[in-house]
Design a protein around this ligand. Sequence first.
Ligand code: SF4
Length: 785
Amino acid sequence: MLNLSHRTASAVRALQRLAAGMATAAPRIGDTKVPMSLLEKGAYINYQRIEDNLAIVRERLGRPLTLSEKILYGHLDDPHGQVIERGVSYLKLRPDRVACQDATAQMALLQFMSAGMDTAAVPTTVHCDHLIEAQVGGVKDLARAIEINKEVYDFLATATAKYGLGFWKPGSGIIHQILLENYAFPGGLMIGTDSHTPNAGGLGMVACGVGGADAVDVMADIPWELKCPKVIGVNLVGKISGWTTPKDVILKVAGILTVKGGTGAIVEYKGPGVESISCTGMATICNMGAEIGATTSVFPFNKRMTDYLNATKRHEIAKYAQRFSHNLRADENSEYDNHIEINLSELEPHINGPFTPDLATPISKFAEAVKENKWPEELKVALIGSCTNSSYEDMSRAASIAQEAATHGLEVKSQFTITPGSEQVRATIERDGQIGAFEDVGGLVLANACGPCIGQWDRKDVKMGEPNSIITSYNRNFTGRNDANPATHAFVASPDIVTAMAFAGNLSFNPLTDSLTGSDGKPFRFSDPSGNELPPRGYDPGQDTFQPPPADRATVQVAVDPKSERLQLLQPFKPWDGNTPKDLPVLIKVHGKCTTDHISAGGPWLKYRGHLQNISQNCLIGAINAENGEANKVKNQLTGEYSGVPQVAADYRDKGIKWVVVGDHNYGEGSSREHAALEPRYLGGLAIIVRSFARIHETNLKKQGMLALTFVDPADYDKVKPSDRVDILGLESFAPGKDLTMRLRHENGSTEDIPLAHSFNEGQIGWFKAGSALNLMAAKAKGQA
Ligand code: SF4
C-alpha cells in the first residue's frame, strides 16, 4: 500500500515537471556543448546524462547523495534497473574516457585490435612514461630509453594512430600529470590502467585504476563493472600553512586508515579546509589515496579547480562546471560509511615509512623514531617529483628552500634528484628559474617520466643488500620498489621536507626547529617554504610531444616485428565447437592459495606482457600441485613424465587435447591481471573448476572464452584426483542459473558425477560460444552477431 502511494506521488511529480517543462522549456545543461579536452574534437562533456540519471536514481533511492555517488550513478548504464547497494551490488558504468600507460597499454591495445572496431568507443590516450630508466640525467636517459624500447614505442605510436587514440611520446611526462593538465574535468568518470589514476580526483573527477581487461571493455563499448563503493568522508577544517602541505593530509590519512582501510571505498574530501588547498595539491592527496587501497578519492568542485582550469586554458570547462556545481558537491546530510576529521591548522608535516606508506610519524617525533628503530640515519638520496608531487607549486616551494640554502653557501649533502611530472612543468620551471636553483645546489634533473618511482633507476651509490635510507616525495615505498634493494629504507614526505633534508644529509634533521651551518660558519634556520600555486607568466608548453590521430587512418600499418620477443599480434581464440568436452586431463589440481601472481608471475616476466606466447611460459608456475606439494611440477598424463605446467599444457594443446584446472577457495585473488586469464586460454585450457573465485578473475576468464565453474559442494574438490579425466556435461543447454555436471573418470575405471555451478549470464554464455568477448564484439562489428 505504501509503495503504491509512493509511486502515485512520483507519477504526479513527473507530470507536474512535464507540464512545467512544456510551459517554460527551460534550457538543458546538455544544450551547451563543451569539449572534454582541447586536444580532441567531437567529444563533449556529458553533464546531461548525469542530470538525467540522477533524476531517476534520486526517485528510486529517496535519500541525499554523496559527491562520488552523484558522479558514479550519473554514469550508470541502466539507471532504472541497476541494483544500487553500497558495498554489495555491482554497478555497470559508462566511463567518459580511458588512459593507459605504456607498460599496460601493450596487451590492452593488442586485445582491442581483435575487437574488429576501427576506433575506440570513448576517447582514449596512451602515455610513454614507465619504461624510461634514470641513470645520468633527463636528456641522455630519454635518448637511451627511446633506443631500447623502440619496438614498443613504434607499436604504441602506430596502434594509437590506427585506432584513433591520443599518443603521448616518451619525454612528454607522467600519465597522471598529463591527464590533469589536459583531460580531467569535474564530474567526469575515467578509468586508467595504472593504480594512481585517482590523481584526477584533484579536478573533481572519479578516476579509477583498473586492469587492462577493463580498459579493453570500455574501449570496445562494453560497460565497466565496479562493486558499488562505500564512501569515506574526510572533513577538512582549519587552514593549511607553513611547512604543512597537501601531502601531509594524505600521509596523515594513510596513518589513520592503513594500507587496507580504503578498500572498496571512495574517499570523499569536504569541509571548509578544502579551499586552502590548491588544485594540484588536491591531486596529490587523491593520487596517494591508492596507498590506502581506496577505489579512488575525489574533491568537490571549487574555486581552486577553476583557477587551475583557467591556467591550463580550459575556461569553458570551468564555466560549464560552475553551472553544474549543484551536482559537483555532496548533498546536505548525505551519509558516509566512515568519517574522519582533520584540522589542517594543527596538522604537522609527516614522514611515512620505511617499507610501508601507512607508518606515519609527525616530523617532531621523527628523529626519535629514527633512533629507536635504528633506521640508517645518513640520508643517501633525496628525490622529489613524480606524478604525485611535481606541480609548479611543489617545484616553486622546493626551489625556495634550495635558494635559501644557496644564499648560505650550501650545496646538498645527499644526492638530490628532481623528476618533473610533465614536459609542460619542466619547460615552465626551466624558464622561471626553479631548475637553475636546483642545479645550483647540486640537484640532478631526471627525464619527465616515472624513473626511480617504479624501479627504473640504475642506482650506483650503494651495493645490493646494503642498509641505507632514501626519502622521496613519491607515493609508494614498499620493499625494493625504488632500487630493487630490499635493505633500502624508503621514506615518503612532502617535496619541502625532502628538499630540506637533502641539505642536512641526515634523517634526524627537522627543518622546522633545527639549524644548519652556512659556509660562513653561522647557523641558520630555513624560513617557511613559499611558491606560486600557478605560474604567473602562464605555462610554457615546452616541446610538442603529443601525437593526435591522423586524419587518414586507413593507410596506417601497426608496427609489430614478427621476430619480436616483446610484442606479438593476437590471433582470435577458436569458438566452442558445440561438442560435449570429454576425457579432458586435469592439468593441475591446485592446493591452497592461488593468486594472479601464482597464475601469471610478474618481475622478469613483465617485459613479455605484449607477447602472449612468451609470457605464457609463466602460466601457473607458482601454483602448488596438490599431488606432490611442489610448484611447477605436474605429470603429463600422455607421457607419464613430470614437467613444468606451461610445457605440459602446451603439449596437450599441440595434440588437440583441451584440459582443466582444479582449484581451491578464492582462486585468482590479487591484482586484476588479464594475462592470468589469457595464458590458460592460449595454452588450450577449457575450464577452471574451483571451490570459489575472486570475482574479477572469474569475469576475466569468461571474457577470454573459458568456463569458470565452481563446485556446488566445495567438499567435492576432494573427490578429484590429479590423474582423473573429466567430461563437462550439459553445455548443449548451457543457460544462466542451470548447473553443469562434471563426470570424473578415475584411473581405476570408476566414474563419479559432480554438480558444478556457474555465474554466466546470457551475454557471457555468448562470449563462451564465440570463443571470447572480443570475438563476439568483432562479429557484431561485422554484422554477424
Ligand atoms: Fe606510478 Fe610512480 Fe609513475 Fe606515478 S610516477 S605513474 S606512481 S610509477
